[in-house]
Design a protein around this ligand. Structure first.
Ligand code: C5P
Length: 239
């Protein structure tokens, strides 16, 4: 079954704590990304750890292998289920992340977080690829970077829902897909370019859906979350 991860992209620790308190009873996971991590990382990590909720730590690490290794070691904590790195860091860097997560979790005697590799950011449009020097369209680039991630033993990749069918067909259902760029019908895309509705993402086979602004900026975030969960459940039944 697909899971919903709510991005804690809010300005203060108090606001993030309020989002967690309101939405955790619905069984959703939470994403700690740059805004939370760099703004008030210690406070929010202590909060989610105390509550025992599941967390995707969207660190998007991209550096030389040793630097990524020490960063991953520092990020492993109870409740951190997924940590992200950039596939463009290359095979050695990805492997270092996977090994560091496993070894640090063993030292702490906790379940190891899974390492997910960002393929192409969902804010990258097809026409942006050429200026980045990347050949082919989003689909080809995502598949190439996913192969790198799979070979380095990452648990899955981060991509747009539009690429999930091909990904699953090629790599199999156990190679996980985590999809941001989720936009319920009628919500603004903002800076996201490769977007999909919750229904489309679940029908395509996405394992995790990350949603930020459509929930955080809704008049009633609790109701918006419930609606997305209902749409996901409906789609799971027809899948
Ligand atoms: O507000 P919105 O729903 O667009 O938030 C999406 C979240 O997912 C943001 O926190 C963004 O950093 C993150 N993300 C993304 N694209 C990726 C990886 C992560 O949008 N490829």
């Amino acid at each position: 079954m697909s899971r919903l991860i709510v991005a804690l992209d809010v300005a203060t620790a108090d606001e993030a704590a309020e989002v967690v308190d309101r939405l955790a009873p619905l069984g959703v996971w939470f994403k700690i990304g740059y805004e939370a991590l760099f703004g008030y990382g210690d406070a929010i990590r202590a909060k989610v750890e105390a509550l025992g909720v599941n967390v995707f730590l969207d660190a998007k690490l991209h550096d030389i292998p040793r630097t990524v290794e020490v960063a991953v070691r520092a990020l492993v904590r109870p409740g951190i289920r997924i940590i992200s790195v950039h596939a463009l860091g290359g095979n050695d860097m990805l492997q270092s992340a996977v090994i560091a997560a496993t070894e640090r979790a063993r030292e702490l005697e906790i379940a190891p977080p899974e390492i997910f590799a960002v393929t192409l950011l969902t804010s990258i449009a097809p026409e942006d690829l050429r200026e980045l020097g990347l050949l082919g369209g989003p689909g080809e680039n995502v598949m190439r970077l996913a192969a790198l991630a799979r070979d380095a033993r990452c648990a899955g990749v981060i991509c747009s829902a539009n690429e999930v069918r091909d990904l699953k067909a090629f790599f199999g259902s156990s190679f996980a897909a985590l999809c941001p760029g989720i936009r319920p019908a009628g919500t603004a895309a903002g800076d996201q370019k490769r977007v999909a509705t919750p229904r489309d993402a679940v029908e395509a086979g996405a394992d995790y859906l990350v949603v930020g602004r459509p929930i955080l900026e809704a008049a009633d975030p609790l109701a918006a979350t419930r609606e997305i969960l209902a749409e996901m459940e409906g789609a799971a039944r027809v899948r």
